[in-house]
Each structure stands twice: as structure tokens, then as C-alpha cells.
Design a protein around this ligand. Structure first.
Ligand code: CA
Length: 225
């Protein structure tokens, strides 16, 4: 997923960004309400974040106000609040302002990752943790992939590409969309990186698993074996 991380604490922000990246997410990290507003709310639907991890106490404003503003602008981006404010009244206020989930610091990275997976399932309208496309089954929690009854061993990046395709089954996903899903602002991208990942995915999953739409992008076909 492409995530916007809003966190003013330098050490915690860096740790969360590292952990979320290791979990295969693209992370853009901002440290103030103003920056978050620019990246997310002012950008509107063009921002294309799959979820926002939101601290409430920011140096130049409140994360809660940010959230309320996003919802007023009809931005449906899932928001997971991660804050030191642990009172029940704060949790209720956060959820009622439009947050999808609420975590109290200290944040456990594995729990945050699991909560993001749950948010993603809800957005996709899926109850089953396993994503099934044709004869391809992906379990994002264990990072295991099966084609039919054969386990397929993928790198973290390959899995991220596969998940980005699996989020839009049967739909052609462009190179730009894949880059957006995979890489944060501060990550450099080799110009042919996406092609290399797709090539490796087709080699490992079978060439019929992914359709190439020349000039447009790729589509997870899922095969019909
Ligand atoms: Ca803070």
C-alpha cells in the first residue's frame, strides 16, 4: 500500500517508516499538520494514499482537525490514528471523527501491520485474509503465495507488485500506478525496476498469470489452470 505517515517524533517516525517499508509498503513521511495537509488534503483525490497513519499531537496543529477536514472534503482514505492519547474519550472522538482504527503508543509494528491489513480488507470488501485471484492465493500476513498447490517464493518487492495488481483484479495497472504503490518520496527507482519485477513474477508464477497490455500496463489474470 502507499501510506502517508504523519508523525512529528523523529525517532518514532523513522522506526515506523523503516518497519512499514520492510512490510512492503511505500511510505511518505511528513512531520507536521501543514505538510500532511499539502500531501493529502490539498492534493485531494490525486494523492492516492491507500491509508494514512496519523499522530494527533502535531507541532502546528491537531491530527484530529486534519482528519475532520479530510472527511469534510469527502476524502475516503482509511485513517489509522497512532497517538499517546489513551483516554477512552479520545478514542471515541478519533473514531467518530472518521478514523478507521485507533492505536495507543507505544505502537507495536507487527500490530500496526496487522491493523493495516484489516483496514485494507475492509476497503476491498473482503472478509477472508487470503486474496484469491483465479488459482493464485496470496496471504499478506504470512507473505505466502500459492499457484494452485505450488508454493511460490517471492521477494518483498515482487510480493508488493503482485499485491498492487491483486488489489485491482482484472484491471490493467499502469507503470505509474505501480511505482506509486511501491516507492515513497525518498526512494530512488531504477528506470526498469518495474519491468524486472514483472519479468520475475511471470517467471515464478507462470507467464499466463500476468497479462501485458503493451504501453498500458499489466493485469493479473490469475490463470485458469
Ligand atoms: Ca506527536
Amino acid at each position: 500500500m502507499r501510506l502517508l505517515l504523519v508523525e512529528d517524533d523523529a525517532m518514532l517516525g523513522a522506526a515506523l517508516r523503516t518497519g512499514l517499508r520492510q512490510d512492503g509498503h511505500a511510505v511518505d513521511w511528513v512531520r507536521s499538520a501543514d505538510e500532511a495537509d499539502t500531501a493529502w488534503i490539498a492534493a485531494g483525490k490525486a494523492a492516492a494514499y491507500d491509508a494514512v497513519v496519523l499522530d494527533l499531537g502535531l507541532p502546528d496543529g491537531s491530527g484530529l482537525d486534519l482528519l475532520k477536514r479530510a472527511r469534510q472534503r469527502r476524502l475516503a482514505t482509511p485513517v489509522l490514528i497512532a497517538t499517546a492519547r489513551d483516554r477512552v474519550a479520545d478514542r471515541i472522538a478519533g473514531l467518530d471523527a472518521g478514523a478507521d482504527d485507533y492505536m495507543v503508543k507505544p505502537v507495536d509494528l507487527d500490530e500496526l501491520a496487522a491493523r493495516l491489513r484489516a483496514v485494507e480488507r475492509r476497503v476491498a470488501g473482503r472478509a477472508d485474509p487470503t486474496i484469491v485471484i483465479g488459482d493464485i492465493a496470496i496471504d499478506p500476513a504470512t507473505r505466502s503465495v500459492m499457484r494452485g498447490d505450488q508454493p511460490v517464493d517471492l521477494t518483498a518487492r515482487e510480493l508488493a507488485v503482485l499485491l498492487a495488481l491483486a488489489r485491482r483484479p482484472g484491471v490493467t495497472v499502469s507503470r505509474e500506478q505501480l511505482v506509486e504503490a511501491l516507492y515513497g518520496w525518498e526512494e530512488s527507482i531504477e528506470s526498469n525496476a518495474i519491468d524486472v519485477h514483472i519479468h520475475n513474477l511471470r517467471r515464478k508464477l507462470g507467464a499466463d498469470a500476468i497479462d501485458t497490455q503493451r504501453g498500458l500496463g499489466w493485469r493479473l489474470a490469475g490463470g485458469r489452470r
